[in-house]
Design a protein around this ligand. Sequence first.
Ligand SMILES: [Ca+2]
Length: 349
Amino acid sequence: MSFDGKSRARWLLVFLSVVFLFASRAAVGVGLPQSTPPTKIIFDTDIGNDVDDVLALSVLHALETRHECRLLAVTITKPDALAGPFVNAMNTFYGRPQIPIGFTHSHLPNTPSKFLLLADVRDHGVLRFPHHLRRSSDAPEAVHLLRKILATQSDKSVVIVQVGYFSNLAGLLSSRGDEFSPLGGRELAARKVKLLSVMAGAFRMPGHFLEYNVMQDLPASKKVARDWPTPIVWSGYEIGNAVRFPAMSIERDFSYVPHHPAAEAYCLYDPPPHERPCWDLTSALYAVCPGRGYFGLSAPGRVTIETDGLTRFTTEPGGRDRYLILSKAQIPRVREALVQLASEPPCRP
Ligand SMILES: [Ca+2]
């Protein structure tokens, strides 16, 4: 086939446009056409304590918008009456009010939240962040919901992202067969879960470092570390601590709406110029994008939790556990991906 000069120029323009389209999608790190189905995620969170849980939930919603994951459920370990409504408000903001929410029955003491009150804020009598769940206690019990969701999934297909206390997953391990599955909780997890991506512990911190998520329900933490039956990737304290969410992003990137739940929660928790560590966001990013080179991984081994809550990693060939490693060169790339994802506007029909 021969082309005159005009046709050549037109085809060159089309070719360059296609190259630019794919290059621009690649530049933001995610969003390329996927040959694999979206990763099925259960997000288990102590939302209402630190604000990184909120940004992590925004990251997961953006990844779902990009067809990279699907949120099957959000289960909550913070025993706060407004934790469920706040999650429901976030999910509604992102156009997914139907995502099931489970609430803890662990009866742990509650610390007042700095930002969950946003769920009840009204402007001129109208909820600023609409939601249908009135109180956390109106949601199903978390272990009950975990069993219900897991039982209907195909084998080895679910990734659980745990970024708070260990209470719900310990409860799952102890659960018995029910109307959803005859399997006990440990067997059900072994059958259905592909990976547990957990923000907890510390593996490269100096001194005797006792990490918050491990300490809040220590018996539960020990149980999960001892008995969990699938691979676990741990994002230790040092990983999120090395990636700070830019204050400038909070100030500028969320203003596409008059009120953004993540940005307002951030400002109520600790406003700019504070730059919050990205602890929980790293576990969410790894869970959905494990093959993108955002993080390195330790050799396989075993995490044990000592009497006082210290996490210890021992290398062991074929071991169940690995922990994330973050080089200096990886930090800006992870930070940029998290900023792009956390601040991505909802994709509403
Ligand atoms: Ca958390």
